[in-house]
Ligand binder design. Sequence first.
Ligand code: TPP
Length: 969
Amino acid sequence: MALTTDTFLSGANAPYIADLYRRYMEDPSSVDPSWVSFFAELHDDARIVLEEARGASWAPGAAGNGGTAVASPPPPVAAAAGAQAPRPPIAESRAAIIDSVRALMLIRVYRVRGHLMARFDPLGLEGRKYHPELDPTTYGFTEADMDRPIFLDNVLGLETATLRHIVQVLRETYCGSIGVEFMHIQHPDEKAWIQQRIEGIRNQTQFTAPARRAILQRLIESEEFERFLHVKFTGTKRFGLDGGETTIPAIEQILKRASQLGVQEAVLGMAHRGRLNVLANIMSKPYVAIFSEFQGRAVHPDEVQGSGDVKYHLGTSADRSFDGEDIHVSLAANPSHLEAVDPVVLGKVRAKQTQMGDLHRNHVMGIIIHGDAAIAGQGLSAECFGLSELKGYRCGGTIHFVIDNQIGFTTSPSYSRSSPYCSDVAKMVQAPIFHVNGDDPQAVVHVARIATEFRQEFKRDVVIDMFCYRRFGHNEADEPSFTQPIMYRRIARQPTTRQIYAEKLITEGIASAAEVERMVTDVRERLQQAFDAAPQYKPNKADWLQGKWAGLRTLIGEEELHSDETWVSEELLKDIGLALCTYPADFHIHRKLTRLLDARREMITSGENLDWAMGEALAFGSLLSEGVAVRLSGQDSGRGTFSHRHAVLIDQENESRHIPLNHISDGQGTFEVIDSPLSEASVLGFEYGYSLVEPDALVLWEAQFGDFANGAQVIIDQFIAPGESKWLRLSGLVMLLPHGYEGQGPEHSSARVERYLQLCAEDNIQVVNCTTPANYFHALRRQIRRNFRKPLLVFSPKALLRHKLAVSSLSEFGPGTRFQRLIPEIDPLVADAKVRRIVFCSGKVYYDLLQERRARGLDDVAIVRVEQLYPWPRLRVIEQCTRYANAEVAWCQEEPANMGAWTFVLPRLINILEELHRPLLPAYAGRAAAASPATGLLKVHQAEQNQLVDRALVGPLADLPQPFRRVVR
Ligand SMILES: Cc1ncc(C[n+]2csc(CCOP(=O)(O)OP(=O)(O)O)c2C)c(N)n1
């Protein structure tokens, strides 16, 4: 879309003035002294105007500010210093031109800084101060100039206007209830679009009478809902919208306009403030259900398990219809952790777009509602803006709506952010920002409309920063005047938004006082009826396993009994394996990769020594060939941090990309592998959100090293571990967490196994630490082949990627094979009854133990691998303890005793040994408890590693420190 802006300067006067300015810049003495003083007094913004004009005039084939080619070629530049420039064809005199230039400078400054004088704070506490740059005198105008006509050539939609009129138009457009920030946008089309969208109409919509009454109706519903709760449930936390009620008509407008512009689904994310109101008045959750929950009854039907969550965290969905256009709206469940839901919303939007084939992102849109303190303070909001334009994560623009009540709990903005506005974070992606007065509902609805149109037009993020206030304390039991006495004295005097707006409509003759009264009474009656019916209310069927989730089930407590078919025919494995080594004939592959691909080909043809990367690729490839999509994102995941994956091949001549996994068979699923930005929390949150929508895709997030995953701890603790229990939402997300003690120091060794195990209960997640490529293959395939979905955490290897023993044969992927929760001893030993010790372990340390045992020729120590730590494979561990009936039991790990799986495994082993009437407690062989996960000194690492292996295999058990007595103090 191309628009002309500053047409005056791309019009007939432009070459003349710009030429003068150019000559002045080159040599001030070459222009008349009056011009010298004029140009010399120009401040920066004016220079920009002239630079723009100069660029527009002279750049060959240049586009004007709005991308419109300049109509006429520049006049020849006079060569001799002091030569007369051609007379301007339109402006009558130089004085008139100067007036025009000055007016233009003033206009430009209003566009940039008009928001500084806008009246968008309903409390007017800050007071919009005088700003010299917005004062005509700054540009040399005097009172006497106010009524002189100035030629504008259609700037602001005015051909010629007096300065008085120009200033009035500017104030109405830029300093009314709306302050617009858009001049930071670099894309000329976007900037011009906004300018054109707001200037012609002086940034106001002329609403029809029915539209105004509809806004009032929304305000009444919003206000009365809060008021009713306030009276009936006094002192109960509801995090009311009081003071910010215009949120409701604003969101309604966004949904309505979006539905008119082709949006079929919207995903909404928000925190506590006003959430109940949104549930009732946007999501159409019946009042009766809300009141029933307030009265302490369960949210879900009796037969549905789960721990539940507080009322203002629950998600839901609704089908809405606006003037015959349908739109499905889902509100994401969220934890108290502010802004944490943002990336989850984005992931959900992206997955829905993918499901719908909405490549242009026209039909699904995200809306995030923020608090002012939260959007400014939480890094996750910045991370999400950072995701907004990235190929692997973009969602076609999110509409951000800030309920800017100018306080965060008890903290004033001056203490909670360094930037002038809470929305400044959005400038990192040059999003347009509309600050708007929440007490002017028409202005809010107007910007909501423009923001939605902008999103649909440019598919980019946009922000509405609605200034309002919080009528009560942070929650309703809180006393706000302890900390903000002035503000709260001011708020006490403030009529409600609805009162203000109703008055306005009555004054304008749009509604009568009696009509307004009737509207209020109707809403109150509806609320009262619902309140009376609440005690009898029975929740409907839970909505969690519908649509794409139909056929899946929930599962608690019987995981170990499940046996899932995950094998693949050897024929298909070979086909996939060979496809992995194939690339186009004209592709210039890296020399070293030809060797890697040759090695992969050899693995497949010989059927032996398949390595980790191969196991993974076969898992992906086989799922793909079954029509399942695979999406893997993480830092440097395409190549793989450890240069093992090479899922993306790069042409060495032109850097084009070839992804073999997308060339396996016709009709296969799509493989997406994405090098993520350097963020953990937002990317993990995004993938979690994606997995909530799509049960039929294998969605994986990979940490660069597992150590860094704690940067995303809030997503793990608040969503992944408890999501099903709190919100009845399933996820089959896979987290790959490279882990293993290889002497790389404190931050490249431990994925913090203990953290995840501590989160395990009620079969909420699955935690595996596989030792073979084949078992990893089955674990990945099992994610999709099972009839339930649970997040899967994989402690993935580093050294094992190239370990000569950590290989599988093709037959281990083939017919009859499946995931092994526990892998028993593989070497021939003495008779079972004579085995002296069973060493249970998990992950990479197994190979250290195996190699050392073989080196020492020991045949009376069995090494048993627990491949799945959770759900704990109790029956299989019992089987092993029973098999080696006379053996002592030890647990060996590389991690310090306060880390790793030890504290998780210990009580479980004790239970089993007690059950089997075995006298000894399980013993521990591993590092001593430590503050830091690993030493930074390689030698110390090696010594510790040797010692723990030695202890596990031959250390006298009596000497082993007893758990919790000497090891963990
Ligand atoms: C990550 C996080 N840190 C701290 C809190 C505690 N907390 C709850 S609400 C709140 C203030 C939020 O202020 P704002 O974002 O302006 O929203 P408001 O409550 O004013 O609508 C705080 C600090 C939280 N919920 N989440």
